[in-house]
Write a protein that binds this ligand. Structure first.
Ligand code: GLP
Length: 268
């Protein structure tokens, strides 16, 4: 696991966008189209903003890329502004110029949710798998909506949100009661199939979860800790989110001394 500690949220976004651009370049060089895994929430917004700027400036072409979201609420009416389908459209697809038919979100509105979950796994497979997956982290250690005690090898399925997650996400709704109780989420096994995973966190409220993901035991009680088993996982943090890491100085020293080809340079 590589740990990169930036100064602030904007620097976290710049590093993460550079990682996506690096993978996109390698995929395009191989004659393929990028399959980007995207997360909702506040954590990846600076990354999307940096990517959008490079797309606008003509430094990065994502017009042939497709995106796959991690999760979707169950129980919201279609078109609800906080449904992840809408959030991904607003924050990712439009600013990055991704064609609408290449935007994939689990169908939380389906009458048959189990089938929708199976279909989503198939859609990811049909696209050739995810090249690089962006992830945020819940304050309880969840990734996607894989709440504590999720199977470390789970696939896309229906989950029940914990009261903690519903409280955390209440800021997007008019009242806490409006936060749905259920969701469809890629499983931890699904996420682990991505060829690169990039977890982003900023702010002191994430410091405990980050510590558990990076330096804690691998445990279903902290679902994000499964990333310790991923061969190409990068964790990008701001100083506050990294503040509880025992080996923070080591990670900083390691990144500062990386050979140039391993660094994540912002596109100039
Ligand atoms: C939600 C999403 C996760 C996200 C998490 C953290 O629960 N399902 O994918 O990582 O929130 O959100 P934020 O980045 O806003 O802290």
């Amino acid at each position: 696991m590589d740990v990169i500690i930036g100064r602030d949220d904007a620097e976290v976004g710049a590093y993460a966008a550079a990682k996506v651009a690096k993978v996109a370049h390698a995929v395009q060089q191989a004659g393929k189209n990028l399959v980007l895994g995207v997360a909702t929430g506040s954590s990846p917004l600076a990354t999307y903003a940096a990517l959008a700027e490079w797309v606008r400036a003509g430094k990065l072409d994502l017009s042939q890329a497709s995106v796959f979201a991690l999760d979707e609420y169950v129980g919201l009416p279609e078109g609800h502004p906080e449904s992840y389908r809408e959030v991904i459209r607003r924050t990712v697809a439009e600013p990055l110029g991704i064609r609408p038919d290449r935007v994939h979100v689990p169908d939380g509105f389906a009458a048959d949710l189990q089938r929708a979950a199976r279909d989503y796994e198939q859609e990811i497979k049909d696209a050739g798998g995810v090249d690089v997956q962006l992830l945020g982290i819940g304050s309880n250690g969840h990734i996607g909506f894989n709440e504590p005690t999720s199977s470390l090898s789970s696939r896309t399925r229906i989950k029940t949100l914990t009261p903690q997650t519903r409280r955390d996400n209440a800021r997007f709704f008019e009242s806490p009661e409006q936060v749905p109780q259920h969701c469809l989420t890629q499983g931890l096994g699904t996420i682990m199939d991505a060829r690169h995973c990039v977890l982003l966190a900023a702010g002191a409220a994430k410091a405990d979860a980050v510590k558990a993901v990076v330096e804690g035991p691998i445990s279903a009680m902290c679902p994000g800790s499964v990333l310790q088993l991923h061969p190409k996982a990068t964790v990008i943090l701001d100083a506050a989110a990294a503040s509880k890491l025992e080996l923070a100085a080591y990670y900083q020293d390691m990144y500062a001394n990386l050979p140039a080809w391993q660094r994540l340079d912002v596109l100039s």
